[in-house]
Design a protein. Structure first.
Ligand SMILES: O=C(O)CCC(=O)C(=O)O
Ligand SMILES: [Fe+2]
Length: 477
């Protein structure tokens, strides 16, 4: 789930991606002094030493909580700024398979021929292999390389039936609350080919790591927050808060191309180690810089999400990705389109005006309803989105086809911000999210007509059967 993922690009992008990657490689780690197959000595620091060093034995950087206390109300009150650790999954509304779930089970669920982006731990670069080859590697007692699978997104495979993300994530994830539902439902492809992607397909990952894997410091793409559940094995995280200073240092470190010589944790004031074991669930907020070590063979389920309590940082991280020239294929898919949908959904919810093609307004529903207060996270976030979109060059504004009139939408957001600028933070703590998934109805005859061909099998036959009359009724709300 770190940003060496989401491989998948169409033909016209390939050449550019290869060019960028070559450049990138130069930037990231000057040509390798050791053969690619040597994994001893290629690094200028010892992970073993970093695992021991008292320098990273800092406390207070993680908050331990009980599942039942991670609520929308908690986020409205506190935002989501520090990593959260849940020793047990009780109360999180999280569902995972039983602990005996094997790599072979994963293969049966996603298919032997599924292509995986596998990280070569030594080079921190991706190689491709099939699930079948991966299982063979995993079972091989005399491994010659250290390989790590951290970007197997398994939505739309059988595996998705065994994993339900934590309830809080489903309540705030922009994919669930603002992305047009019908578009998401038209997704059939289970790989992460951008060409076939109908929504940001980053919600469900299966991570399979063998003992001694190491993932170097990074920020998850798009400034996404992460949930991360250890089904089996254990993990060690080094965590660094995304202060202005640290993000600046991070950019410098990435651009220096000296990552394999310099342990980034050594260059910042505060960097803390956290040990996670089987049964633990970890939440990493927007922008936190982290590295991960795997002490024992591990199976982890996790997911990435954008949300309304971290908007300002999310945009800041996008800036960091621009500055460090992270290629498109390693970034949050449809990040900019998502911002438009976020604006449209706040306007729809609070002003009642619809800006989406085919969606009726709900002004009448709002008549006589009490004023809804926004948290400062949301209010400042919305202002920041408007500025961000305004500053983008025209060819990068990526207004979704479904947004009828982006200029009118921005105007409405300005009205909204004016109406809410005196909102009282205490009154914004209601326990109910302003953007409610139930308001994200797929009313949408327009989407159906225009995107129908995406949900076919390529022969003009529809292959999804989850668009029953129930869904269409939803549109009449
Ligand atoms: O578990 C790992 O090795 C890396 C996890 C992580 O930070 C990621 O996938 O983004
Ligand atoms: Fe990560």
């Amino acid at each position: 789930m770190h940003n060496a993922q989401n491989a998948g690009y169409d033909d016209w992008q390939v050449a550019a991606a290869v060019r960028r990657e070559r450049k990138q490689r130069k930037l990231y780690s000057e040509e390798f002094t050791f053969g690619d197959d040597d994994y001893e000595g290629a690094r200028g620091f010892s992970v073993a030493e970093k695992l021991e060093s008292p320098r990273f034995a800092q406390s207070g950087m993680v908050r331990e909580m009980k599942g039942e206390n991670l609520t929308v109300g908690f986020l409205q009150q506190n935002g989501f700024n520090i990593p959260l650790l849940f020793k047990e999954k009780t109360g999180l509304g999280l569902q995972v398979p039983t602990a005996n779930f094997s790599i072979s089970d994963v293969r049966m669920c996603v298919g032997s021929r599924r292509l995986l982006d596998v990280m070569d731990v030594n080079t921190q670069k991706n190689v491709e292999m099939t699930m079948k080859e991966w299982e063979k590697y995993y079972e091989d007692p005399s491994k010659k390389k250290l390989l790590n699978v951290i970007s197997l997104e398994f939505s739309h495979t059988k595996l998705e039936n065994y994993v339900q993300s934590p309830a809080i994530v489903r309540q705030i994830d922009w994919v669930d609350v603002v992305w047009p539902k019908q578009l998401k439902e038209s997704q059939v492809e289970s790989t992460n080919l951008l060409n076939d992607m109908m929504y940001p397909k980053v919600q469900k990952y299966c991570l399979m790591s063998v003992k001694n894997c190491y993932t170097d410091f990074h920020v998850d793409f798009g400034g996404t927050s992460v949930w991360y559940h250890i089904l089996r094995g254990s993990k060690v995280f080094w965590l660094i808060p995304p202060t202005e200073k640290n993000l600046q240092l991070y950019e410098k470190w990435v651009l220096s191309g000296k990552q394999s010589d310099v342990f980034f944790g050594d260059t910042v004031e505060k960097c803390a180690r956290v040990y996670l074991t089987a049964g633990n669930t970890f939440f990493i907020p927007t922008g936190w810089i982290h590295a991960v070590y795997t002490p024992t063979d591990s199976l982890v389920f996790g997911g990435n999400f954008l949300h309304s309590f971290g908007i300002v940082k999310q945009l800041k991280i996008t800036q960091v990705e621009d500055n460090t020239k992270v290629p498109q294929k390693f970034r949050y898919p449809f990040f900019t389109e998502m911002l438009w949908y976020v604006l449209a959904k706040y306007v729809y919810t609070l002003l009642g005006h619809s800006h989406l093609e085919g969606e009726p307004g709900r002004e009448h529903e709002l008549e006589g309803k009490p004023h809804v207060h926004l948290t400062h996270y949301e209010l400042f976030g919305l202002k920041d989105i408007v500025m961000y979109l305004y500053d983008l060059p025209a060819q990068k504004k990526n207004v979704p086809e479904l947004i009828r009139d982006p200029v009118a939408l921005i105007k409405d957001v300005r009205t909204l911000v004016e109406r809410h600028c005196r909102d009282v933070p205490e009154l914004a703590v209601t326990g109910v999210p302003v953007l409610h998934p139930d308001l994200n109805v797929s009313n949408n005859a327009y989407i159906r007509e225009h995107y129908e061909y995406y949900s076919g099998d390529g022969c003009g036959n529809r292959t999804t059967d989850n668009e029953g009359p129930g869904d269409e009724d939803g549109g009449a709300r």
